[in-house]
Ligand binder design. Structure first.
Ligand SMILES: [Zn+2]
Length: 92
């Protein structure tokens, strides 16, 4: 397997795990899926796709769900994690 094929495979696994985590109602399992996806990215030295990167809390790996609070302030999107309360700021 060459580098490109390996990267494609890793990317598919990351997307699959991110998708699984979003649909998982058990928080522990969802966090586990996100953590595995992040590890694959780290190991393969791949930047996570932006939509995946913004779909979970960086601190506790919980996928953002409907309980997460989203606020807009001065052109900055603030997402508050429903589990650990960590805030993520995204300029837009
Ligand atoms: Zn969190």
């Amino acid at each position: 397997m060459n580098k490109r094929e390996a990267n494609d495979l890793a990317m598919r696994r990351i997307r699959y795990l991110a998708d699984l985590s979003m649909r998982q109602s058990n928080i522990r399992l969802a966090q586990r899926y996100v953590s595995i996806a992040r590890n694959i990215g780290k190991r393969m030295d791949i930047t996570l796709p932006i939509d995946v990167k913004r779909s979970f809390c960086k601190k506790c790996n919980t996928p953002y769900g409907p309980e997460s609070v989203i606020r807009l302030k001065n052109r900055i999107l603030i997402i508050t994690c429903s589990v650990c309360g960590d805030r993520r700021r995204i300029p837009y």
